[in-house]
Structure formats: structure tokens, C-alpha cells
Write a new protein. Structure first.
Length: 201
């Protein structure tokens, strides 16, 4: 289950006559808690976005964004996690330097790489639903969902190139193949992190 749902489960657990409440009197449904989680999630993705390796023959660098999206979606759940991604994109659209290379502004969404950004939203939702259903607690299933979400981002990003009159063959060469191995590695790392967190909780 997601971190938020798992915490809610802990809140409603009684040990003897003691009612466990790890976050004091603050309700998990409160606006303050959810807004804080949304902003922290968007901040994490912004940090990981700055970890990038340029690819000489592609306008898309290899970044840590995908790992951040998977983590945020799974840890915050489908609702709050997806909102966190939307907040990240809104921050970038408003000009904050949260995208790779400290870029920001609407110009990023007008470029050929915007498809990857739009792919973050359904990917985070998928990871959130997977976590809420308990799938991320098992390493094999966690890896399956992480890989599926990563591939979804890659596919949407690659297809977006078609809008810019790039044929599908070239789009795959510059937008899919160069990142496939790296995304599988990032998916494996995130899957292990999530499974490890679930075991500890």
C-alpha cells in the first residue's frame, strides 16, 4: 500500500489502550498534510531532474526524473501522487527552474520532449494504484509495475515526436531505444526501494 495509506492504517491500530497517532492531531485528510506531501513530492522530482546525462544523437537526456515519478506515485498514492506530478508541471510552466538543466517556462511544453512530461501523470497514477493494492510490497510485482510505468512514459514521449514531423522510425531511435536499458535499471532500483520500505513498515 502507499505510504499515506499505510500511515493511515497505523493510525487506526490500537495497542492495548493506546491509540497510535504518529503525526499527532493532524488528520491525514487535512489540506495542510496533503499540500505538504504534494510539494515535497514535486521538490524530489525537481532535484532528480538535475541528474542528467546528455545523449549526443537525441534531444532527450537520461535523467533521474523517471525514478522520482515512480517513487512519488507509489509513496503518496494515486490521488496525492498524481497531484504532486501536476504541481511539478505547474511549477515548471510558471517558470520555476524545476525541469532538467534548471529549465522552466511554457517553452518546454512547446518542444518535442514534452511528451515525456505528460507521461509522468498516468505513470504516477499507475504506481499509486499498484501501491494501494499492495503490489509494490513484493519485489517481482513492484518491478513489473515500475517497468510498465517507465515504458508508458517512454512510449508517450516517443509518440509525441510525431507531432513535430519526425517519422516513427527516427522517433524510436532518438526517443525510445537510448533510454530503455537505463529505465529498466531505474525501475529495478525503485522496485527494491519500495519493497524494502514495505517490509520495514
Amino acid at each position: 500500500m502507499s505510504l499515506l495509506n499505510n500511515t493511515e492504517h497505523i493510525r487506526n491500530t490500537r495497542v492495548g489502550s493506546i491509540f497510535l497517532n504518529p503525526i499527532g492531531n493532524l488528520s491525514l485528510d487535512s489540506s495542510i498534510f496533503n499540500i505538504s506531501a504534494i510539494l515535497i513530492g514535486s521538490f524530489l522530482i525537481a532535484i532528480l531532474a538535475q541528474i542528467n546525462i546528455p545523449v549526443p544523437f537525441s534531444p532527450v537526456p537520461i535523467t533521474g526524473q523517471t525514478a522520482g515519478v515512480l517513487l512519488v506515485g507509489a509513496l503518496l498514492g494515486s490521488r496525492v501522487g498524481t497531484l504532486s506530478i501536476c504541481a511539478y508541471m505547474l511549477e515548471g510552466a510558471l517558470g520555476l527552474p524545476v525541469f532538467t538543466g534548471f529549465k522552466g517556462g511554457l517553452i518546454v511544453f512547446a518542444g518535442p520532449t514534452a511528451g515525456y512530461l505528460w507521461g509522468f501523470i498516468p505513470a504516477a497514477f499507475i504506481m499509486g494504484r499498484a501501491a494501494e493494492s499492495g503490489f509494490t510490497s513484493r519485489l517481482t510485482l513492484s518491478l513489473l509495475f515500475c517497468t510498465a510505468a517507465s515504458l508508458l512514459i517512454l512510449c508517450l514521449g516517443t509518440l509525441y515526436f510525431l507531432i513535430f514531423q519526425i517519422n516513427i522510425s527516427d522517433a524510436i531511435k532518438i526517443g525510445f531505444y537510448p533510454f530503455l536499458f537505463g529505465d529498466i535499471v531505474k525501475s529495478a532500483v525503485v522496485a527494491m526501494i519500495l519493497a524494502g520500505i514495505e517490509r520495514k513498515l
